[in-house]
Design a binder for this molecule. Structure first.
Ligand code: ZN
Length: 242
């Protein structure tokens, strides 16, 4: 059975519902790579759906920040405001649940992390080839690490000491003698210029991966952000996918 991987939902219930509706027909909704909350107006509802589908989840920087708001010093002003708003709209029970998410999971050939395998608690981005190569040193041949954080889908492969970048738009067959770092894009706040929600579909038997895109009701998600008095920029950027 195919496995569905979600990341960076960011409290966007409209995007999450569209993704679940589409993905459910395709496979088991299986993994969540963090940042379920932050930015969007429905943190509680998104958390509830993740719980309902029993997703195997790792924490993102927004989860850690909402539990420890002192850590928002490194956030931009809009993100910081959204973290405090989100904290005010979650119950103590939900905050305890969020605090229980581990920062990384190793499940045989599958490795889950929100940002980087190097110092995952510091939420590094994989900016350079050196960053990507350093991350590849953390996994073995045959292992696939799914990550999020940048909200930009990408597949890096490492075989016989050589780094390649593969397309996420067509189905890729994964080589057992290679290792992979795969960003499945963002459900709730895409930043690759395509405003549609993104999610990953992994077939463990065929060893294939593809990132799917689905339309969702962007206007309603934006309206909710404005009505909640969250920063307007968090609404406007949804139309741009930036
Ligand atoms: Zn994020």
């Amino acid at each position: 059975m195919k496995q569905i991987i979600l990341s960076d939902i960011h409290g966007n219930l409209e995007a999450l519902k569209s993704v679940l509706e589409s993905a459910e027909k395709e496979g088991e909704i299986k993994y969540c790579l963090g940042d379920i909350i932050g930015y969007g107006a429905n943190p509680s509802e998104c958390l509830s759906l993740i719980r309902q589908f029993h997703l195997i989840t790792v924490a993102g920087n927004h989860e850690v920040a909402v539990v420890h708001p002192g850590l928002t010093a490194v956030f931009n002003p809009e993100a910081r405001r959204a973290i405090f708003w989100t904290r005010d709209h979650l119950t103590n029970q939900e905050l305890t649940e969020i605090e229980s998410f581990p920062i990384q999971r190793i499940l045989g050939e599958i490795v889950l992390v929100h940002s980087s395998l190097i110092e995952p608690e510091y939420w590094h981005y994989l900016y350079s080839e050196e960053d990507v190569e350093a991350n590849f040193q953390c996994i073995k041949e045959g292992q696939i690490c799914f990550f999020g954080h940048s909200h930009v889908p990408v597949i890096y492969s490492w075989k016989a000491g050589k780094l390649s970048v593969l397309s996420t738009e067509k189905e890729e067959r994964l080589d057992l003698s290679a290792k992979y770092l795969i960003n499945v894009g963002a459900v709730g706040q895409p930043r690759d210029g395509d405003p549609r929600a993104a999610y990953g579909v992994f077939d463990p038997d065929e060893r294939t991966i593809i990132v799917r895109r689905v339309e969702y009701d962007i206007a309603t998600a934006q309206k909710k952000i404005i009505e909640a008095n969250l920063p307007a920029f968090l609404a406007s950027r949804l139309s741009l996918g930036r």
